[in-house]
Design a protein. Structure first.
Length: 110
């Protein structure tokens, strides 16, 4: 007999990168409503939502970096682009990014 595993039995360090769509929709709509209630103009609303997105993006990148690389920081441009192409893109969209090409003209991308 297999013992059923619950959510509390799973490891916190590496979980599935899935969020219930209904939960995401409620959270997203509440963030938009919160910003709308505090915005005076459409431009102000745009700025508030952009700030929320930047904050979420930075935190998501921190989580992905810590999970995948520990505390190692990529310093080379090409290495960072490859990390974004494979690891970050896969975590956000479920597949690697397509068609990252290296230009032979620019020597700064090493």
């Amino acid at each position: 007999m297999v013992k059923p595993t619950g959510i509390l039995d799973k490891s916190l360090s590496r979980g599935k990168n899935e969020v219930n769509l209904s939960t995401f929709a409620v959270l997203f709509s509440e963030m938009v409503r919160y910003a709308q209630n505090r915005a005076e103009t459409v431009s102000d609303l745009h700025d508030k939502l952009a700030a929320y997105g930047e904050s979420v993006g930075v935190r998501m990148l921190d989580v992905i970096t810590l999970r995948e690389r520990g505390y190692k920081r990529e310093t080379k441009l090409l290495g960072m682009l490859m990390f974004i192409k494979s690891t970050v893109w896969k975590n956000l969209f479920g597949k690697e990014a397509d068609k990252l090409e290296r230009s032979n003209d620019d020597q700064c991308t090493c």
